[in-house]
Design a protein around this ligand. Structure first.
Ligand code: THU
Length: 204
């Protein structure tokens, strides 16, 4: 396994943040690649004859780590350069060493040159040698949680464990109001292609 991937597939031993198993009663479970808002009621249990629905368990953060990461994502949005779309996005990555790397969307007059907030954060971190992460938070100016685009999902997949939590934070978030949508890398990008697939034996 490439060295930059070590510590990504599992919670790295050196992480300072506290992880707790997500309690089963959490309404933030990811089910079959879809995400449910934390304000949504839990789904009813399946009838006993139905096959059980596989869920993707995520590790969860302590409340202080979670709130700190969210505040960094909100701050990161201030760095947005979005004169064309006027759509600000902020992202914050919690690294295994406890550091937080911020990113904002950076647009370009040649629109295809735009870099999303999530990729800004990942590229900033990776190019400085930080390649092991334990959580990502993303926020916009929209009062509902919005999801990373397809390209960002694949770039997140490169560096982050499938079960890593991703917090999608609505504008105006407060801990009292809540409304965060919580998912995982695998929840956003099921059946994904990743670096380990390049290690598989080939017939040709
Ligand atoms: N954007 C992001 O920063 N992240 C995403 O995942 C989706 C879109 C940005 C790109 C562009 O600057 C603006 O939002 C509108 O698409």
């Amino acid at each position: 396994m490439a060295s930059h991937l070590r510590g990504c597939a599992l919670v790295p031993p050196e992480v300072k943040v506290k992880f707790q198993r997500k309690p089963r009663e959490s309404t933030a479970d990811v089910v079959m690649g879809t995400i449910s808002s934390i304000s949504a009621p839990p789904p009813p249990p399946p009838p006993s004859s139905a096959p059980s629905v596989p869920s993707i368990p995520a590790w969860t953060l302590s409340i202080p780590d979670r709130e700190r990461l969210i505040q960094f994502a909100i701050e990161a949005k201030e760095g947005s350069y979005s004169p064309y779309s006027k759509f600000r996005v902020g992202a914050a990555l919690l690294a295994a060493d406890g550091s937080i790397i911020k990113g904002a969307n950076i647009e370009n007059a040649s629109y295809g040159g735009t870099i999303c907030a999530e990729r800004t954060a990942l590229v900033k971190a990776a190019s400085e040698g930080t390649r092991s992460f334990v959580a990502l938070a993303v926020t916009t100016d929209v009062a509902q949680p919005l999801s990373p685009c397809g390209i960002c999902r694949q770039v997140i997949r490169e560096f982050c464990a499938l079960r890593m939590p991703i917090l999608l934070v609505p504008a105006g978030y407060t801990i009292e109001k809540g409304g965060i949508m919580e998912t995982t890398v695998e929840g956003l990008l099921p059946h994904s292609f990743g670096p380990e697939d390049l290690e598989l034996p080939r017939t040709g």
